[in-house]
Design a protein around this ligand. Sequence first.
Ligand SMILES: Cc1ncc(COP(=O)(O)O)c(C=O)c1O
Length: 930
Amino acid sequence: MDTAITDATEISLDGCRSIWEMRSDNWILLVDDLGRLSVLAQNHSDFTTTLKRVMRTIKSLSPIESYWAFPGERVFAELKGMIERRELVRAHLVARRIHRMLAGQTYRHESVSLENEGDLPSQIETDEERQAQLSRPYFEVLIVDEMSASEQDALRRRVQRKRSVDDDFVFDIVVVPSFEDALIATLVNFNLQAVVVRYGFPFRSQNHHLTALRRVLDGLDAGIEALPESERGPLLGRQIAQLRPELDLYLVTDVNVEEIAARMGETFRRVFFREEDHDELYRSIMRGVAVRQRAPFFNALRDYAKQPTGVFHALPLARGKSIQNSNWIGDLAQFYGMNLFMAETSATSGGLDSLLDPVGPLKLAQEYAARAFGAKRTFFATNGTSTANKVVVQALVRPGDVVLVDRNCHKSHHYGLVLAGAQVGYLDSYPLNDFSMYGAVPLRQLKKTLLAYKHAGMLDRVRLVLLTNCTFDGIVYDVERVMMECLAIAPHLVFLWDEAWFAFAYCHPIYRQRTAMGSAAKISAMLQDPDYAARYEAFNAEFGEEAWKDDEKVLNTRLLPDPSKARVRVYATHSTHKTLTALRQGSMIHIWDQDFKDKTEEAFHEAYMTHTSTSPNYQILASLDVGRRQVELEGYELVQRQLELAMSLREQVFRHPLLKKYFRFLGVGDLVPPEYRETNVESYFDEETGWSNFETAWRTDEFALDPTRATLEIGATGLDGDTFKNKHLMDKYNIQINKTSRNTVLFMTNIGSTRSGVAHLIEVLVKIARDIDERVKDLSMIERRIHDKRVRSLTLEQPPLPDFSAFHPAFCATPSASNMATRDGDMRTAFFLSYDDASCEYIDLTEAERVIAGGRELVSALFVIPYPPGFPILVPGQIISPAILEYLRALDVREIHGFRPELGFRVFTEAALARARQIKPPRAQKAASS
Ligand SMILES: Cc1ncc(COP(=O)(O)O)c(C=O)c1O
């Protein structure tokens, strides 16, 4: 039998969900098989099959290992050689050691090296070791150069010789020989922190096995291959920067260093001439990582905590004083540890800073956050995105300004809009009746609304478009397209993207393209690009003035904004605490507004003052600072892992015979109707095409689904979402989830999710399914009929979700005829009118149906919000429609805020409405009369 492991066979990784998971699984398989071989006699019947499998495993691992510094190509080749020479006992020991070092991450520890024979530690066992690792983090540097194995070894030794005890980090190198390999390594190797692109390397990879990984190269222009070598490096830099902007890039060139440095300064941190300055390159790499690792506010707070201070100010708990003195509350310090209280202070000097007027470490921390999330400016908020949203709305909206907003946005917007006195134009998201939830607002509806304002001569009154990206259920907009097309109609528009659930997205190239900040940067660059100006001119000439009069044509055309008129004014709010590392309520406001300084800075400052506590929580601020550090140093890895875990969870439920009887994770085909999926992609992962659907759909479709938010349809169990959550997941198995709908529950993976956590969830689902199966088997005939009816109701008979009806004319700025198209209302007046008991009365559901049928317009005085689904089906000033009543009647939830079961709806009296019609707020009246 031929035992040589040749590289000739193509190994497809297409069906593989996760390269990293596959890597780990393959090492386990290899160790197991080598263990078996090392004790089997060669003539044993299992020997040949096992050896063949070992060879297959080595072939699968081989291309992947070429992108990592550990164990590295040389050691891997040695292992291969041992197997070929049948030194199987030795091969088993080496493979086992490598696997242990990978699994325990001990290779990151500088003192561990495979070359030392003897017994190497395979786990971090002592605190000192852990401390050593933490104090000198490890990373890898990608070198793009065509080098022989001995040249690579020499370079590695040179780098190792440069190491000094004073270094803050320790790094190893990975060398790849081509443009394509460099891009693949950028995606595969999460240990990378820097890339050194050297002069003269081929374009194509010789690594033919990686069909799955090669997909990342799909979008590459074939013309790149024909580029002169001197241009290849700069271009590679730009491509890597797009994939992973956090990496530090260095270019070592043989030609025109000055010219390239001037041209490429933005992409490369530094450009070096030939090999002339190794020391400087080494120091630059270290410094580049140190810059990202710095956490100025956290560090300042830690230093402050160490200083001796006497407190003659507020906060008795500072330094733990009021706890240490106490006979009764010592357990608080026992539980949290003293550091928490040492870091509690109301001081804003002595190395600390004031959030309301930052000049020191908080100012820096916010600047670093802007860098990490691709913003021009970032502000921290210690009161959650609920407050961040109100700050932005107040900063941007003057009383009477029209704000177009999705009705199922978070309640902080509704209240923020009331406070700001906005004219609120609610937009309907597409309904997902089968699952009792909403999707997102179709671009067509948004364009249609803007056109209505244009026709009414009121386009300039529309100030802000406010949308939720992504929604609770994971629906994600094509942010760039929405803004481009809206700006084509209304070039002055400002956008607020509520990305409460999407803070993590900037870490990953697939997600990043649909973030507010990523899109703002792209549009901004585009609008300044002469090529875009030419594209716009061509579009404009072809589309023509006349076409603007034809709404259908405008709606059906992909519009381009006029670069001489459009402004890029984009705001995003992040609940950093929801998806990244930050204490609860830690949020950020990110801004890319080219008019910020001229038009908004002062108003923003006032709004920030309105809503920000004068005692912001320092621990929250420090956690935001450190959360940002994590994003810049390991965000990509964590998000990719989270994505893969979510895919794994979905797949396991899909495959399991019992689970699939009762449960189904909703895919993009369920949550995004076909008209918003140009690619027709129904599912993001399948065995044949792997992930390619996911990437294509996210690039193309009007709406995409974030697979890390996994909605499980549970109607077949006969249990509603609320019961399933509380009685089964929480009470019995301590599994916490948040959102439910009538027949679904939402599971979210996050950057803290683990493989064992997912395994536990699967185990619990299996137990629940088994319980239900048993219970259903034992049902009597009558009980069975009841159960089937319940299942039918949950799976087939959902109450249709009602659209926004209309604001009553008493709260409309414009006469009702045009208002049907423009639809905005003065919610603030209605909201405060409801404070007046004499203007309101209560009316129950049946009575409401009767009086509406009799012709009376009933107008809600309150927000009416059923939980679930948690969005207002009525807002103050809104007409109660028969569809809304029908929905409420069919809804079987216990909790409906703003609706008192014993009294019914709080509505305005007819007299109050008549009075309100006459007294309109001054601005609204002016608008109505103009
Ligand atoms: C879309 C959206 N925006 C804003 C918020 C409020 O965020 P926070 O909890 O950080 O105040 C939430 C909370 O769930 C949300 O879902």
